[in-house]
Design a protein around this ligand. Structure first.
Ligand SMILES: C[S@@+](CC[C@H](N)C(=O)[O-])C[C@H]1O[C@@H](n2cnc3c(N)ncnc32)[C@H](O)[C@@H]1O
Length: 226
């Protein structure tokens, strides 16, 4: 989990287009808006782990749209949180064959549960870990769903994950579902925290991100290990 602050970007950092997918070794990323789908990112494959930390809440959605506009000239397109979550779950259901894990702040737990119900995806449970924010460790809610009744967290999973934070939380959250050579998909992949976990777990990383400047950092990270 990371904190966002506004700053000015160099011309080089500013992306210019919503491009097609870029292959980096066995990994693949794409600059794009998840509400418009994943383009050619998946190439007909499905991921084993769908892990994402989407922009938090309606206010933050507007914040990210505004930031995107400053970076890439993309116009502000306000979207309600339920509509955004329906897009997110739609992508998860269409592109995942295993476990779905969504990181979100405590304020939006019910919105996520409602969207999961609308998508008809099987809910497994919640973990309540923490992340390091400006004011120390802050609460986070981790929502776990499955696309395969045989792929389920074990009974101790939620306690193990709840008792962790930051990178260790993500590591524990995905550990039981790692498939060597399989795919972790993050449709809001930012700088690449999920990508790091994929690299550490011997999995391929597929990611999409709205902001080219952020995606470039994930590409750099993946490139060092391609
Ligand atoms: C909470 S951050 C996730 C950070 C990420 N885990 C990382 O390692 O950097 C949410 C990310 O979602 C991206 N985002 C916001 N709206 C999006 C959209 N409509 N489609 C794709 N990505 C989006 C933001 O640019 C931001 O990088």
């Amino acid at each position: 989990m990371e904190e966002y602050t506004s700053r000015s970007y160099t011309e080089e950092e500013k992306g210019t287009s919503m491009s097609n997918a870029v292959q980096v070794g066995g990994h693949r990323v794409r600059c794009g808006n998840l509400t418009e789908g994943l383009g050619d990112l998946m190439g007909g494959e499905k991921c084993d782990i769908f892990y994402t930390d989407p922009p938090w809440g309606q206010g933050k959605l507007k914040y990210f749209h505004t930031m995107q506009s400053a970076l890439d000239g993309v116009q502000d397109s306000p979207l309600s949180l339920p509509d955004f979550l329906d897009c997110l779950f739609g992508l998860a259901v269409a592109n995942c064959k295993g476990i779905i894990i969504i990181e979100y702040g405590e304020k939006w737990e019910q919105n996520i549960r409602d969207a999961g119900d609308r998508a008809g995806v099987q809910f497994c449970g919640m973990a309540y870990p923490t992340y390091r924010g400006g004011k120390g460790l802050l609460p986070m809610h981790l929502h776990v769903y499955t696309m395969d009744p045989d792929v389920q967290p074990d009974p101790d999973y939620y306690g193990r994950v709840t008792d962790s934070h930051d990178y260790e939380m993500t590591r524990r959250a995905i550990a039981p579902f790692v498939v060597p050579g399989g795919i972790i998909l993050d449709v809001c992949c930012g700088f690449g925290n999920t990508a790091k976990m994929a690299l550490k777990s011997g999995m391929r990383f597929y990611g999409q991100e709205l902001t080219q400047a952020r995606l470039d950092r994930a590409v750099k990270l993946l490139g060092r290990h391609a």
